[in-house]
Design a binder for this molecule. Structure first.
Ligand SMILES: NC(=O)c1ccc[n+]([C@@H]2O[C@H](COP(=O)([O-])OP(=O)(O)OC[C@H]3O[C@@H](n4cnc5c(N)ncnc54)[C@H](OP(=O)(O)O)[C@@H]3O)[C@@H](O)[C@H]2O)c1
Length: 241
C-alpha cells in the first residue's frame, strides 16, 4: 500500500515508518527539515517536504496515497492547546480530503481525552471527554505494529488503544529517571507542584487508567516490547542532551 505518514520523523512516526517498510508498504514521510528528510531517506521512505500548517502543500503531498497515518503534532508545552487542537482538526480534514473514498486515515489522540463510562479504565468504546485536557504505556515498537495492523485490518471509525500496561505511577517513573540520570528525587506537595511543573502540571497530575484489551483482541495485536520501567532502566541516558 502507498502510505503517507505525517510526523514521520517523530518518536512514534519513525518507528511506524520502519514497521511499514519492513512489511512491504511504500512510505512517503512528511518532513519539515533537511535532517528529517535525510533520516527518512535512509529508512527507505520517499520524502515530502512541508509543514502541516501549509494545508495546500499538505494536500498535494498526500494526494496519490492509498492510506494516511497522521502522527504529527506540535508538543510545544507553551502553545495554546485549544488552538493546537483546532489546527490539528484542519490538518485531519485536509488529509481526509486528499484520500480516495473509503481509504484508511488513521489519526492519533490520547486516552487522556476519553472518559470512562464505568469509573474503571477507559476502553475503546468509551466516549471522548468534552474537554481540551491534553493527553499512556506501550512500547514504541508495539505501537508501530499497531498502526500497521490498524492500516491493514482496521475497521472504519474504530478507536484503538495502544495500551499494554496500567498503574505505572509518576513517582515510579521519576525514581528510575532520577537514579539513572543522577538527579535528586524529591516528593512535592500539591502546593509546591504548580511552580515546579509549570505548563506541564495538568499532564503530570492526570491519572490515566486505560485498557487496550479490545484492541489486542480485535487486531490480534500481541505486544512483546519491554514494560515502561524496564525500558527506562535500559535506556542509555548518556546520549540524551
Ligand atoms: N509518545 C507518546 O507517549 C504519546 C502518547 C499519547 C499520544 N501521543 C500522540 O502520538 C502522536 C505522535 O507523538 P510522538 O511522541 O511521536 O511526537 P514527537 O516525537 O514530538 O513527533 C512529532 C512529529 O510531528 C512533527 N511535527 C510537529 N509539528 C509539525 C508541523 N508543524 N509540520 C510538520 N510536522 C510537524 C515533528 O516533526 P519534526 O521532526 O520536524 O519536529 C515530528 O515528526 C502525537 O499526536 C502525540 O500527541 C504520543
Amino acid at each position: 500500500m502507498r502510505v503517507f505518514v505525517t510526523g514521520a520523523t517523530g518518536f512514534v512516526g519513525s518507528a511506524t515508518v520502519a514497521e511499514l517498510i519492513s512489511a512491504g508498504h511504500q512510505v512517503t514521510g512528511l518532513s519539515r527539515s533537511d535532517a528529517g528528510a535525510e533520516t527518512l531517506t535512509r529508512a527507505g521512505a520517499t520524502v515530502a517536504r512541508g509543514d502541516v500548517t501549509d494545508l495546500q502543500r499538505l494536500r498535494k503531498a498526500a494526494s496519490g496515497a492509498e492510506a494516511i497515518i497522521h502522527t504529527a503534532f506540535n508538543h510545544d508545552a507553551s502553545a495554546d492547546v485549544r488552538q493546537q487542537s483546532e489546527n490539528d482538526r484542519r490538518v485531519i480534514a485536509t488529509l481526509g480530503a486528499a484520500l480516495p473514498k473509503n481509504a484508511p486515515l488513521i489519526i492519533t489522540s490520547g486516552t487522556g481525552l476519553v472518559q470512562s463510562a464505568t469509573g474503571g479504565p477507559v476502553t475503546e468504546t468509551d466516549p471522548h471527554a468534552p474537554s481540551s485536557v491534553f493527553p499512556r504505556a506501550a512500547h514504541v515498537t508495539d505501537v508501530a505494529r499497531l498502526y500497521r495492523l490498524a492500516l491493514e485490518n482496521g475497521q472504519w471509525g474504530a478507536r484503538y488503544h495502544a495500551v499494554t500496561q496500567q498503574g505505572v505511577t509518576l513517582r515510579a517513573i521519576a525514581e528510575v529517571l532520577g537514579t539513572h540520570m543522577g538527579l535528586p528525587i524529591q516528593s512535592l506537595t500539591p502546593r509546591q507542584a504548580p511552580a515546579y511543573f509549570g505548563p506541564l502540571l495538568q499532564l503530570a497530575q492526570l491519572d490515566l487508567p486505560a485498557s487496550g484489551t479490545q484492541t489486542q483482541q480485535r487486531l490480534d495485536w500481541n505486544p512483546t516490547g519491554p514494560d515502561l520501567l524496564t525500558d527506562l532502566r535500559n535506556t542509555d541516558y548518556t546520549t540524551i542532551s
